[in-house]
Design a protein around this ligand. Structure first.
Ligand SMILES: Nc1ncnc2c1ncn2[C@@H]1O[C@H](COP(=O)(O)OP(=O)(O)OP(=O)(O)O)[C@@H](O)[C@H]1O
Ligand SMILES: [Mg+2]
Length: 376
């Protein structure tokens, strides 16, 4: 990004500023520390000289023996050494206090979402209900991302979601796996409020491929097993077949043992999306949510993936968010979102007849306004 926008100088300056700040602070701190050592040395030698001076006089006066003076020396030396150590400890404590304060900030941070007292572990089925849901990201900001959402989805249905950018599609599905809590109303999965479930159990049974999906450094198999640590090689391969990821994995020299770089840097956008879908499938979820997860996959593969869903996980409720009409038109019902509100929720045919927004999107994509390589 930096290269593409020719922002090297700007970024360099930003870094230089930050590091020179750090440099100045360190020089100041080390300057004070450097003063500590000579000060201690002056004190030590001052003591030694004074003890020698007075000790010699006492020996001459017969009050002290040479042996006494020698033991006096060793007492004083160990006392001074300990004092020196103590001064170092004080310095160390001051330094670590600064770190302790920062660590404490992190440790004492409490998450907004809490597990209930007696959490429900099992999700009954894949039905989803939104009951008059309002939601805003900043509570009290007055700007709501979703308002008055009332939806009832039966278990096993395939639902398409379509709407302009910022219309609240991602927000809607994030509420289902309880990444956020609603402001008012309720979201139910399997007939129970999502706030009654153990969060881990809920998320294990509601599988979501986020719009900003990521892979982690490790082999393909390791990445797939994020979905299910106990999955066998064959189960992983089957999930990849359903997600149409097998075709490119088989062409890799190391196959399923190919290393993925951090963030999936060494696979293409479409390959990454397919791996993320396979990973979500491995959970064998009751609800599968794909948030624009086939946007970088060609239309034909997209159709194959959807056909595989219908074949492999017929009982799973599938929610497919897409920008392309072709990705959602064969869904049981399609939800049209507009500015955080439900504009319509019906089948493809009915929407074409009755919904202006849907018809507009459809016409812009089908009548020559679609892919540029298709003849108008
Ligand atoms: N983490 C966030 N914090 C604050 N506001 C947010 C956050 N995420 C989204 N929003 C706002 O909520 C609204 C809905 O966003 P959302 O991500 O649901 O849109 P979307 O329909 O998924 O869009 P797209 O098609 O671009 O993915 C937008 O106005 C957006 O600015
Ligand atoms: Mg989105």
């Amino acid at each position: 990004m930096v290269k593409a926008f020719v922002r090297e100088d700007y970024e360099n300056n930003k870094f230089a500023k930050a590091s020179s700040n750090l440099y100045r602070m360190f020089v100041k701190a080390e300057g004070l520390l450097a003063f500590n050592n000579p000060a201690m040395m002056v004190a030590i030698y001052f003591c030694i000289i004074s003890v020698s001076w007075f000790g010699a006089q006492f020996i001459v006066g017969g009050i002290l023996t040479t042996g006494n003076l020698t033991s006096l020396f060793s007492y004083i030396m160990s006392l001074l050494m300990s004092l020196m150590m103590l001064s170092m400890v004080v310095v160390m404590i001051t330094m670590s206090l600064a770190s302790v304060r920062r660590i404490d900030e992190v440790l004492s941070e409490t998450p907004d979402l809490k597990n209930p007292e007696n959490p429900v572990e099992a999700v009954e089925d894949g039905s989803i209900d939104f009951n008059h849901v309002d939601f805003s990201y900043q509570q009290g900001s007055g700007k709501s991302a979703l308002s008055g959402i009332d939806l009832h989805i039966k278990s096993g249905e395939t639902i398409g979601v379509i709407g302009g950018t910022g219309s609240g599609k991602s927000t809607l599905v994030n509420l289902i796996c309880r990444l956020y809590d609603v402001d008012s109303g309720s979201v139910q999965v399997g007939g129970r409020d999502v706030r009654e479930y153990d969060m881990e159990a809920l998320r294990n049974q509601v599988s979501v491929v986020l719009q900003k999906n990521t892979l982690f450094s490790g082999t393909i198999l390791e990445n797939l097993r994020w979905g299910n640590p106990e999955a066998t090689d064959e189960e992983c391969a089957q999930a990849c077949r359903a997600a149409c990821a097998d075709e490119f994995i088989d062409r890799l020299p190391d196959g399923y043992h190919t290393r993925i770089e951090r963030g999936g840097a060494n696979v293409s956008g479409g390959q990454k999306q397919r791996l993320c879908i396979a990973r979500a499938l491995l959970k064998k979820p009751k609800v599968l949510i794909l948030d624009d997860s086939t946007s970088a996959v060609d239309t034909a593969t997209d159709a194959r993936i959807r056909a595989a869903f219908a074949r492999e996980i017929p009982g799973t409720t599938k929610i497919i968010i897409a920008q392309r009409i072709s990705s959602v038109e064969d869904a049981d019902r399609i939800l049209v979102l507009d500015d955080g509100r439900v504009d319509a929720f019906d089948t493809h045919e009915n929407l074409l007849k009755s919904n202006a927004i849907y018809r507009e999107i459809y016409e812009s994509q089908v009548k020559g306004g679609g892919d540029f390589d298709q003849p108008a």
